[in-house]
Design a protein around this ligand. Structure first.
Ligand code: CMP
Length: 139
């Protein structure tokens, strides 16, 4: 995956709370092009695999339960300097610490149900995108 791409998921809390439309609108208004997008309901096992880097963390069980509780919307996005720009757009992991106007500040419930995911590096964006999409879907 080129370095101008990032991977995101709108999380179950934001979808259940009816924020899918406003979140996608803000992503596009910020200049990101949606390369690939779908709606999927992960099993507990699939959520565990996606987040396996966090398996030793105390919140791992809670995280996997939340991510498999209802559907999510994974997307691959394109923009120059995508990783950094997207992390600015979504704000801090904990919505209580997120800057005004960021997606998490506006739409997240808590640190565990924080509305949206954003990859933290080019390498992880490629791995995470490939978890959900085939190479053809990412062309
Ligand atoms: P995300 O960016 O998707 O990557 C890992 C997720 O773990 C993170 O968003 C949070 O939703 C969750 N997380 C991180 N820290 C905590 C915490 N202290 N308690 C509960 N969940 C957390």
């Amino acid at each position: 995956m080129p370095t101008n791409r990032t991977f995101t998921m709108i999380k179950p809390d934001a979808i259940v709370d009816g924020f899918t439309g406003p979140i996608i609108e803000q992503i596009e208004a910020a200049g990101f092009r949606i390369v690939a997008m779908k709606k999927v309901h992960l099993s507990m096992e699939e959520a565990g695999k996606f987040y396996e880097v966090h398996q030793e963390r105390p919140f791992y069980g809670e995280l996997c339960e939340h991510m498999s509780s209802n559907p999510i919307i994974p997307m691959v996005l394109e923009k120059e300097n995508a990783i950094e720009e997207f992390r600015i757009l979504i704000g801090a992991t904990d919505p209580a610490k997120a800057a005004e106007g960021t997606i998490r500040k506006q739409f997240a419930r808590s640190i565990g149900s924080n509305a949206i995911h954003g990859s933290d590096s080019d390498a992880n964006a490629a791995i995470e995108g490939a978890f959900f999409f085939t190479p053809t879907e990412l062309k």
